[in-house]
Ligand binder design. Structure first.
Ligand code: COA
Length: 404
């Protein structure tokens, strides 16, 4: 923690005072990273120095994995070597496959995914993490999820094949047939756009676990736990639920007004770092425009407009703009994924960033172990503990008198 910030307590500039973070570690810099750069005031995001719009236009998911994990873009897209390498790693070992088959059907998607991911780590991922381990994780996580989803619906799992790209292959594993190219391309662009994002909550969680010299799969499993919440990756499913509840554009204004009066949060708006529109929101809006049903897209746009206006009115003091999750929900729905798979699909895309961060953390590792300001009782004497002088012992007679 390099920045001095304080929340409701000691002046950090006081002699001897320790720098104290604001609630939620806002504005605290917890270390160095060269993977992705979020410039919140300007609304910019880059991967290894490349603007996200250029990455999304020029690179598919395998190239993005290569860029994030190695630091350099491939010479061609898709990169032949890495694409082959990921494709060859898709098959599950008997352990993870049997876990996918044994899990109770119908679990909430993220709960199932957390267990499935954890099962990949059956002794095969010793510390420190390696690129090979990372590629195994990225390649096998979709196979495990799709196997469970099919079993859960009473369908046989689909055998992985090696001749399809990573994202198209995920849809193939889920559906048992090649998806049409428009859907596959839309989902692949989504994967690229959310592959990494600075020191977000799940990535920080992963880095903390790696810093203890624990293994990559344990770290990624912990990260899934962080991603699950609606303040992070759980928002897109709630966005489309909100669109359903609103129903038609003419109801948007009243619905949002009521929600804000109840002090509810409008899903898909607001961000810790961006003080303007999230650049991924703009790109996802265009993808949604192309793949969503025109009526659905028009409803989403109307809700967005009313929400922005209402948030500005209700909270002129807080910069609240559209975040990545608003149109992510619309895109994932248009691609045909069930809502329960929105968050696990986000996690699959984010495995690229998690692997890059795990390698970076391990390279210059030091245990992440912050301090906390103690706010409990002042030092007390043992007199007040059971058996102490200031407190009757448990065996002492009650106020009602001595019994003989
Ligand atoms: N709708 C309504 N009010 C919102 C809001 C939203 N989407 N996002 C933030 N606010 C308000 C909060 O109520 C808070 O008001 P308060 O100070 O009176 O309590 C203020 O703006 C600051 O919010 P805070 O929770 O301190 O910001 P944060 O940086 O901790 O939170 C998010 C960021 C993303 C968790 C938050 O904006 C949010 O909950 N958004 C909705 C969920 C979402 O879209 N998640 C996906 C994130 S990519």
């Amino acid at each position: 923690v390099r920045r001095r910030a304080s929340v409701g307590g000691a002046d950090p500039e006081e002699e001897g005072a320790t720098a104290t973070a604001r609630g939620g570690l806002e504005d605290v810099v917890v270390g160095d990273s060269s993977i992705s750069f979020v410039e919140g005031e300007e609304g910019r995001l880059s991967y290894r120095g490349y603007a996200i719009a250029d990455v999304a236009e020029r690179l598919g998911y395998e190239s993005t994995v290569q860029l994030l994990v190695t630091g350099e873009p491939p010479g061609e897209d898709p990169p032949p070597e890495l694409t082959r390498s990921l494709a060859r790693r898709r098959r599950l070992g008997p352990g993870p496959a049997s876990v996918a088959d044994a899990l109770a059907p119908g679990l909430p998607g993220m709960d199932a995914f957390r267990t499935l991911l954890s099962a990949l780590g059956d002794g095969l991922y010793p510390y420190p993490p390696t690129v090979e381990q990372g590629l195994d994780l990225i390649a096998q996580a979709p196979t495990a999820l799709a196997r469970y989803v099919r079993r859960s619906s009473g369908l046989d799992p689909v055998e992985p094949r090696e001749d399809l790209g990573h994202v198209e292959h995920f849809l193939y594993l889920l559906e048992g047939q090649r998806p049409d190219s428009e859907r596959a391309r839309a989902l692949e662009r989504y994967f690229v756009l959310v592959a990494d994002h600075g020191m977000n909550a799940s990535t920080f969680t992963l880095r903390i676990v790696v810093s203890t010299q624990s293994d990559l799969v344990s770290a990624a499993t912990a990260a899934v736990g962080a991603l699950k919440g609606p303040a992070h990756g759980g928002a897109p499913a709630r966005v489309v639920e909100m669109l359903d509840r609103i129903g038609t554009a003419d109801r948007a204004e009243a619905w949002i007004g009521d929600a804000l009066r109840r002090r509810e949060r409008i899903m898909g708006f607001g961000h810790r770092v961006y003080k303007t529109e999230d650049p991924r929101a703009e790109l996802l809006r265009e993808i949604a425009r192309n793949v969503a049903e025109p009526e659905r897209f028009a409803l989403a746009q109307a809700v967005e407009e009313h929400a922005l206006r209402a948030l500005r009115r209700a909270r002129p003091d807080v910069p609240l703009y559209t975040n990545v999750e608003f149109y992510a929900g619309v895109v994932l729905e248009a691609v045909g994924l069930p809502r329960d798979l929105f968050a696990p699909t986000f996690a699959l895309a984010r495995t690229a960033g998690w692997v890059a961060h795990a390698l970076e953390q391990a390279e210059h590792n030091r245990l992440i172990r912050p301090d906390v300001r103690y706010t409990g009782p002042a030092r007390r004497t043992s007199d007040t503990l059971p058996g102490g002088k200031g407190r009757p012992s448990l065996a002492a007679p009650s106020a009602g008198g001595r019994r003989s």
